[in-house]
Design a protein around this ligand. Structure first.
Ligand SMILES: [Zn+2]
Ligand SMILES: [Zn+2]
Length: 261
């Protein structure tokens, strides 16, 4: 009956997402220190020892910084695809074999009362992928860390009740900012991050009248601002006649647990 989630933290400094149904309590990524992760769980009143699994999107440190620590501390199973396992093995430290599970790209796995589907994204990591979650006719999709939103991704994530969707940067702020050219090129490129405007354009294609909320995520600290991201996405959507609740996410504070209705 219930599907609830919180964006525990989001941004280039660290990402973590929590989603629960009656039977499942899933963490996606653990990109902050073990101590910070514990603080975030505490703030949303989630007991990390009761988690049923951790899904990993890719091996960048803003997604796995606290992964090994949390998994060892609470003896939790981790799911990732093979290339991601290889890429992160050194940095997450020792895990016992019964904590390591495989979650392939473009795969649907059933976890008790939740169906989770993975999909690949274009991003400069080994084999980055994100997820949709289905429970009791409800659907939630996380889409961050991608250079562009392909037609294939749009098909997979369309028609969800809620989105956690990347709005990484304002293109002008990035162009005029202090980043060296090669970094700018990486962010703007096909395997970097989605801009505010491209985020709005993609969302206009995929949301439906079933969609209630969009959480704008993975904002760049240097090249974006919450108000700017919201206004940019909002204006693209408005041009297409769409009005919808846009929610902020924060690099250090969790969003209140939201129940998808
Ligand atoms: Zn990231
Ligand atoms: Zn990344």
């Amino acid at each position: 009956m219930t599907l609830r989630f919180s964006v525990l933290a989001s941004g280039s400094t660290g990402n973590a997402f929590y989603i629960e149904s009656e039977k499942e309590r899933i963490l996606v990524d653990a990109g902050l220190s073990g101590k910070q992760m514990d603080r975030l769980f505490n703030e949303v009143h989630v007991d990390p020892s009761k988690l049923t699994g951790i899904l990993v999107t890719h091996e960048h440190s803003d997604h796995i910084k606290g992964l090994g620590i949390i998994a060892r501390k609470y003896n939790l199973p981790i799911y990732a695809n093979e290339k991601t396992w290889m890429a992160m093995e050194k940095s997450i430290g020792k895990l016992s074999l019964d904590q390591k599970f495989h979650f392939g790209m473009e795969e649907v796995k059933t976890f008790q009362d939740m169906d989770i589907e993975s999909f690949g994204v274009s991003h400069d990591a080994a084999e980055p992928m994100f997820y949709t979650f289905r429970h009791d006719g409800k659907k939630v999709a996380i889409v961050t860390d991608l250079g562009y939103v392909s037609e294939r991704i749009k098909k997979t994530v369309e028609d969800a009740d809620a989105y956690i969707f990347e709005a990484n940067h304002d293109v002008d702020m990035l162009r005029m900012g202090r980043y060296p050219w090669n970094v700018k090129r990486r962010i703007l490129g096909d395997s970097g991050h989605v801009s505010n405007e491209d985020s709005g354009l993609a969302l206009a294609d995929i949301i439906s009248n079933r969609t209630k909320r969009i959480y704008l995520a993975h904002l760049s600290l240097d090249n974006n601002m919450k108000d700017l991201a919201r206004m940019s996405v909002e204006s693209v959507l408005q041009e297409r006649g769409i009005t919808i609740d846009l929610m902020d996410t924060d690099p250090t504070n969790p969003t209140p647990l939201y129940e998808v209705i």
